[in-house]
Design a protein around this ligand. Structure first.
Ligand code: PMP
Length: 360
């Protein structure tokens, strides 16, 4: 069967070139005579894979020298706990912008450690927008200010950051990391599960500013301290070696294709095609507030559950798969991460148009 256009929210589509390169190297990597999967994480061959992955990521994102890059496990969800455990510190307080299911889970973990001030929430409208915050709302003594920069389920994203002064911004970038250029120096900590724009599930990337790296209480379990992983360069224990190798190939693919400036241009073009169609459509509509629209995840509905179901199943038959929306929003969701080709989005829009003509 030919490859489909996979609109999955995650684990998600990977660049075909990366999969092919990995297939070529699957059994024997370079002159090692073994697969990356079979290699010691302490071997020189693997050391150069993880070093390359880190330096490519630093290069792509322009990560300053006073930030550490970690390749961890436990998914983005473990970061929901590691962040408050490590950063809450003496202040015992943090500020949150609550924008959906992922901030809800992060909030629950932070509440177990200290006081959480929710500065804004979009729960009143099923998280279809990003609540605005102003600088004067930010608690001066908060240990950090927490956002989920792109809300995978609802299709919203933070387009701007408030001036938080000396309060570090912590961002869950699981579903939009590497989708466009950002100024890393505006953040104290960035984290992302790999399974959307980075590689296969199993790797979690943490980018943490040096002054935040050693704040965990003494009695914190070793594996939960950022300082453990920093001191051991992500090799305190066996890291997810194969996932890191694929991440390295994805970073190389991004670099070879013009880096984040180029991918952002394509991402804006892809998202623009869908939003322009939705804005004009007589059948489909988007579910998020226009100024907060995500470039990565686009939920949309017909207004009829029956038509939504029909759309999803006919789309699937055309090779446009995984378009079912999350149960909390309903309808459809097109996740169009970096590796979704422009042709995939064009095929989706053409199919939406055809479906609209036949069903309205
Ligand atoms: N944050 C965001 C924005 C997500 O989209 C997800 C999962 N898709 C998570 C956190 C949880 O990630 P994980 O399953 O890696 O723990």
């Amino acid at each position: 069967m030919a490859r489909v256009f996979n609109f999955s929210a995650g684990p998600a589509v990977l660049p075909e070139e990366v999969l092919k390169k990995a297939a070529q190297e699957l059994v024997e990597y370079g002159d090692t005579g073994m697969s990356v999967m079979e290699m010691s994480h302490r071997s020189t061959a693997f050391q150069s894979i993880i070093d390359d992955a880190e330096s490519l990521l630093r290069d792509l994102m322009g990560i300053p020298d006073n930030y550490h890059v970690l390749f961890l496990q436990g998914g983005a969800s473990l970061q929901f706990a590691m962040i408050p455990v490590n950063l809450m510190g003496k202040s015992g307080k943090c500020d949150f912008i609550h924008t959906g299911a992922w901030t809800k889970k992060a909030l629950a973990e932070a509440k177990g450690i200290g006081t959480v001030n929710v500065l804004g929430s979009s729960e009143d409208k099923n998280y279809s927008y990003i609540p605005k915050t102003t600088t004067d709302q930010i608690s001066k003594d908060a240990a950090y200010y927490y956002i989920c920069s792109n809300n995978t389920i609802y299709g919203t994203r933070h387009n701007t950051l408030p001036d938080t002064g000396s309060v570090p911004i912590v961002a869950d970038m699981s579903s939009n990391i590497l989708s466009e250029e950002i100024d890393v120096s505006k953040y104290g900590l960035i984290f992302a599960g790999a399974q959307k724009n980075i590689g296969p599930a199993g790797v979690t990337i943490v980018i943490i500013r040096d002054d935040l790296s050693d704040k965990a209480p003494e009695d914190t379990p070793t594996m939960l301290k950022y300082s453990t992983h920093i001191k051991n360069k992500s090799m305190f224990n066996t890291p997810p070696t194969y996932g890191i190798y694929i991440a390295k190939l994805v970073f190389q693919w991004l670099k070879d294709n013009g880096g984040l400036k180029a991918i952002a241009k394509t991402n804006r073009e892809k998202a623009g095609l869908i939003y322009d169609f939705l804005d004009k459509s007589s059948l489909f509509s988007g579910t998020t507030s226009p100024e907060d629209r995500s470039l990565m995840n686009i939920p949309f509905v017909t207004g009829s559950e029956e038509l939504d179901k029909k759309f999803i199943s006919l789309a699937q038959a055309e090779g446009l798969v995984n378009l079912k929306g999350h149960r909390s929003v309903g309808g459809m969701r097109a996740s169009i991460y970096n590796a979704m080709p422009l042709e995939g989005v064009k095929a989706l829009v053409a199919f939406m148009e055809k479906f609209q003509n036949q069903n309205s």
